[in-house]
Write a protein that binds this ligand. Sequence first.
Ligand code: GDP
Ligand code: IMO
Ligand code: MG
Length: 428
Amino acid sequence: MANVTVIGAQWGDEGKGKLVDWLSNRADVVVRFQGGHNAGHTLVVGEQVYKLSLLPSGVVQGKLSVIGNGVVVDPWHLLSEIEKIGGQGIEIGPDLLVLADNACLILPLHRDLDQAREAAALNKIGTTGRGIGPAYEDKVGRRAIRVGDLADREALEVKIDRLLAHHTPLRRGLGLPEYDGEALLSELEALAPRILPFAKPAWLLVNEIVKSGKRVLFEGAQGALLDVDHGTYPYVTSSNTVAGQAAAGSGLGPRGAGFVLGIVKAYTTRVGEGPFPTELFDEVGQHLGTVGKEFGTVTGRSRRCGWFDAALVRQSVALNGITGIALTKLDILDGLPSLKICTGYRLGDQVFTYLPAGLKAQRSLEPIYEEMEGWAETTHGARSFRDLPANAVKYVRRIEELIGAQVALLSTSPQRDDTILMRDPFQD
Ligand code: GDP
Ligand code: IMO
Ligand code: MG
């Protein structure tokens, strides 16, 4: 297959950034297709650590990178991320980065609304507070300002009026100060000359690249269980995170997704609120969090940790049409005497092999576990499948069986090259 689509198969932070960076030297272009700077992707190359939120992870290997129409873009954040990564020796100009001219903008009023709602809510979602949800609401509500509008003062004036007609009463209701439309207009005009050089019809570029026989690597953000349709609603993000979104969020048709590589952590984590059937509140959970350095890249919050949930990932395999998986952070399980894998759930006298959609049910599920022996040896930094202890191999094989998908890549440390290739997604 010519193209590869990388998506998170759990609740995000599975290691997508590391894998996209590793795979990007086999691709010609890397394309983000949803989400925004709520994502936090950490890449480790030797002594250098790169933290990316909005920039596609292909930039580190100097690959042409595209922020597609499905992404919501905070232009101030984009410029600061370009500057930050520039300070690490990666110069990003319009030759390297393309921003879809039809992508919608995240404005300061979106961030205000996100944070004010979270502060006021009794049932908090635990968002990243970066304005993602309100920006998508305005997109669907047909009142968003898009990248291309920055070139058209008249359009901006009309759109700002329309936007404020919606936001002013909302802001009043939340006790936020009145928003100054004139000030927003001048801020956007000041920003325009720095953003517009990157703005292009990205859909056209991506289609031409594919037509010329080149290879696209799609980079998903978040994870399938945070998908606005398929996730643990309402404790989700505001975009479709499943692989199908690669088509709509980039302007390449559905045949373009190619090999769908689900990134799967060898245990489960979640940051923010919401149901999590295999969550651990004991010392094993703490151990996973400490050894796995499970702190959010964007907000610094501790991630909740739990056992591997095969029922959840099996569902994700179906929802995304996963061709194969990349299993990450196996090394974090080193030294645990025994491991549990969730194979389904019990709710009263009912048994579920999938996560039922209702919030009440999701909160009350009791995981059904099978137990396996752990391994005392280290897998950290292993570069060959043959080097893995027998029980680690058994664990991997059992996961494959239960989720109905095979491991194509295995990651054994944060470092780019500590990655075992078992089946090349670009050659499949
Ligand atoms: P993403 O959002 O899916 O890109 O994942 P994050 O970057 O937010 O979180 C994954 C974290 O685990 C990062 O700090 C990575 O450097 C790290 N990581 C990725 N793969 C491995 C692995 O196989 N082993 C270990 N120990 N760390 C890993
Ligand atoms: P990456 O790409 C993990 C979570 C937030 C919150 C919910 C909604 O690094 O895997 P939002 O700000 O999107 O409205 O928050 O989604 N969330 C993530 N959790 N990884 C992410 O991205 C996430 N992006 C959003 O914590 O629960
Ligand atoms: Mg992350």
